[in-house]
Design a binder for this molecule. Structure first.
Ligand code: PEP
Ligand code: MG
Length: 577
């Protein structure tokens, strides 16, 4: 038995078996004898046929979901498996060099892809990615290594990985992923946020787990404390099984709060809304928690959860928003416009940048790609007919970005009118406050929009110059740092001075110790992952706003997170039974 401690990123306890998930391929390199040459060539053809069958099967399974472009892409992959120039090249190279097929194939694929990459044309850059994907698929058959796409998982497992991309997490088969543990990542990385929304316990930032853990090992993952136990003894197993049952019983007790309004004991209403990423997977559970609508729909997951990442059409956008609005016709539904970039890479659409969080992200990307942005705005305005839609803009740092978007909205409305497409005349427009610049101009922004939502995940990273997804600096990622609290205070004061509401939709709002201060500072709404709604309702309904206000005034004078945290803990002990 061995115990590890990492970052507690998504709550819950799981007890199960390890599956080490790695995308790395080990390419053996050895010489073969003349007698082995034909055998090696046969292995190549067998792997090629299997790859072709895989593509056909995948195309058949996904048939209904594929757009015309994606379907063509599959056809292109199938054509690659029939390309005689390519086969002849592989076969001749095996004959000439007398090297094993994996080595020969790997080098040929890398050569072709490098030739594509050198072309200064997006089309060829995409083909370079396709050829690598194609090569990997043949190599997997040769190496008898399964393509561990987490979407194809067919038995329960705790996933151990160096890192998980947002698309890995978005496409994983929720039914079988019991928990995940990674070497990299932070509490507010998007993979962690998704784990929360999908109620998958997760612990991040434990070095070397992919080397030290083996597929089939027994494991306990405690997403509440960040503890991971490898091959636990009998006593530990019993202890955690008991804790897991207790947890489930507590969750059942919280259900008694479903009908209750989220008011403090002295009558201040704090709206509790839900964050949403993948409607198909989350909406049913989300609705069961009875939130007052959606405080943040991260619409980029419409792009990221698709198997082949590509841009959705206006109708695909429209249908998704319509489904959400029809499920929640009265309460507010806040759709945040496309926030790609940072750790949310769209292959072939956004670029890998040296400083992705400071780069071509969110509103910056959208305003530079007006066609993409307009497609989304058109769909949003068309969908506005089906409920109480609000639109929110991510990563605003200048008033010009807000004004330019408003102009675009006017253009979109004119177009829709001309085309006779129904839409509301006005959809409330909000700004995410997630850069220090937005905080400092929040008075001006508030005069020009309808609501604010504090994106604390980013606001903390930008205020403290601390990458939210880098486990090495996670100790500096401090929600209760005095600088962060000052930023939040300025934002709330400026919003209220101008008569607009402020919500917080970052992870910070989902813990009692942070929320005590946020409520004291005057926050109007908390938007949290569905799993946290009843927990936060339990908290809100047990405190007085007047006490929280005193606490906030007091901690604003304190010098560091440690002292603030200590004070809040004392406060919670006194005020929460
Ligand atoms: C945030 O930054 O707090 C936020 C809610 O947006 P995201 O986590 O998607 O960047
Ligand atoms: Mg953000």
């Amino acid at each position: 038995m061995k115990e590890y401690t990492g970052i507690a990123a998504s709550p819950g306890i799981s007890i199960g078996e390890v599956l080490v998930y790695t995308q790395e391929l080990y390419i053996p390199n050895f010489s073969i004898s003349t007698l082995q040459v034909e055998l090696e060539i046969n292995r190549f053809y067998e792997a090629l046929n299997k790859t072709q069958d895989d593509y056909k099967e995948m195309q058949r399974k996904l048939g209904l979901e594929l757009t015309e472009d994606e379907s063509k892409l599959f056809d292109a992959h199938i054509l690659m498996t029939q390309d005689t120039t390519f086969f002849n090249n592989v076969v001749e190279t095996i004959r000439e060099t007398k090297k094993n097929i994996e080595y020969v194939l790997y080098n040929i694929i890398m050569d072709i892809s490098a030739k594509f990459t050198q072309q200064d044309d997006e089309y060829f850059q995409d083909r370079a990615l396709d050829i690598i994907d194609f090569g990997r698929n043949i190599l997997r058959h040769l190496l008898q290594q399964k393509d561990f796409s987490l979407s194809q998982l067919d038995k329960d497992a705790v996933i151990i990985s160096s890192d998980l991309t947002v698309s890995d997490t978005a496409s994983m088969n929720r039914k079988h992923v019991m928990a995940f543990v990674t070497e990299k990542g932070g509490r507010t990385s998007h993979a962690a946020i998704l784990a929360n929304s999908l109620s998958i316990p997760a612990v991040l930032g434990i070095p070397l787990v992919t080397k030290e853990f083996k597929t089939g090992d027994k494991i306990i993952v405690d997403g509440d404390t960040g503890i991971v136990i490898l091959n636990p003894d009998e006593e530990t197993l019993n202890d955690y099984s008991r804790r897991k049952t207790e947890r489930e019983e507590n969750e059942k007790k919280l259900k008694t709060l479903l009908e209750r309004s989220s008011d403090t004991l002295d009558g201040k209403h704090i709206a509790l809304r839900a964050n949403l990423e993948i409607p198909e997977q989350e909406l049913d559970n989300l609705m069961e928690q009875r939130p007052e609508g959606i405080g943040l729909y991260r619409s980029e997951f419409l792009y990221l959860s698709r198997r082949k990442q590509s841009l959705p059409s206006e109708d695909q956008h429209f249908n998704t928003y319509k489904v959400i609005l029809e499920r929640i016709p009265e309460d507010k539904v806040v759709v945040r416009t496309l926030d790609v970039g940072g750790d949310k890479i769209l292959e072939g659409v956004t670029e890998r940048e040296p400083n992705p969080n400071l780069g071509w992200r969110a509103i910056r990307f959208c305003l530079d790609n007006k066609d993409i942005f307009k497609t989304q705005l058109r769909a949003l305005y068309r969908a506005s007919m089906y409920g109480n839609l609000h639109i929110m803009l991510p990563m605003i740092s200048t008033i010009d970005e807000l004004n330019e978007t408003k102009q675009l909205i006017e253009d979109v409305k004119k177009e829709l009118k001309k085309e006779g497409l129904a839409h509301k005349d006005r959809v409330p427009l909000g700004v995410m406050i997630e850069t220090p610049a937005a905080v400092m101009i929040s008075d001006t922004l508030a005069k020009n929009c309808d609501f604010f939502s504090i994106g604390s995940n980013d606001l903390i990273q930008y205020t403290l110059a601390c990458d939210r997804a880098n486990s090495r600096v996670s100790h500096l990622y401090q929600p209760l740092h005095p600088a962060v609290l000052q930023m939040i205070k300025i934002t709330i004061d400026n919003a209220h001075k101008n008569g607009i509401p402020v919500s917080i939709c970052g992870e910070m709002g989902a813990s009692a110790e942070n929320a005590a201060i946020l409520i004291g500072l005057g926050i109007d709404e908390l938007s949290v992952s569905p799993t946290n709604i009843l927990k936060m309702k339990d908290f809100i309904t047990n405190i007085k706003y007047s006490d929280a206000k005193k606490l906030a005034d007091e901690v604003l004078t304190m010098p560091n997170q440690a002292k603030i945290q200590q004070r809040v803990e004392q406060w919670l002990k006194k005020h929460i039974r």
